[in-house]
Ligand binder design. Sequence first.
Ligand SMILES: [Fe+2]
Ligand SMILES: [Fe+2]
Length: 290
Amino acid sequence: LVEAGGPDLDVEPDLAQRDVVWAELAPKLYAQAAASQWDPATAIDWDAGEPLPDDLERAVVQVMTYLVENEQAALVVPARFAARVHPHFREVVQLLAIQAADEARHVEVFTRRAALRGMALGTSGAGGRASLQTLIAEPDFSLASFLLSVLGEGSFLNLLAFLERHGPDPVTRQVARLALQDEARHVAFGLAHLEHRVAVEPSLRARLRAAIERRHDALANTAGLNQDVFDALVVLAAGSWEPEDVGLGFERVQRLERDMDEGRQRRLARLGFPPDETAELSALHTRNFM
Ligand SMILES: [Fe+2]
Ligand SMILES: [Fe+2]
């Protein structure tokens, strides 16, 4: 019962239709997210491990720098949408809010790992920022969820698993593992929402396809993944600058890119894209991963 005479609130919840925001999984995912919050002060053993050689530490710091700016974009997108979803869909608002809180924590732990040995942060590449800008600029909830959660955070699941496995120090491995757990939920919600929406509105697939193509075209003249980040991933997975190790590191990063591609194709197939299109669309995804 709304008493007459009060002002309209400044926040306009224009996402007010169920199918435009909903996923059956939302209440369960929110409960899971609330139960899985972790405290950076105690969940990570910040004192573990010995200092790395400088060139290896520099590679870790560059990767962390890249993660921080990607997490920052991943925070802004759900935070903005949280203000636009009608409060009737409470669980979706809660999920977006806790997702933003997850990303804020990821920004924190990656920043703290970067600063752990007092080295200056690495480079934020122009191509990477161009890629993130196209994410932040997407005004449609389902399209943003597709580009960010299904494709971008989906690819990050592989990246974080890679860092958990090949990180040269315990703190890097721990921060990657904890962020990975949260990201799996973000991907699950994006995927569940889009499965729901394509089921009631099959023509959405054409718009999803167009969104990937539009983003690809917008980024065609940019470098994509910063070369410093690629090199840092190779060195990090190599564990040293010895030619033999660097060769192995390079192979591992190639393997990572194949794993990301397979993961994207699997998720596209779940949304009903036929096999020839999943390969084509996955290949058009930003080279920045996110
Ligand atoms: Fe994150
Ligand atoms: Fe995320």
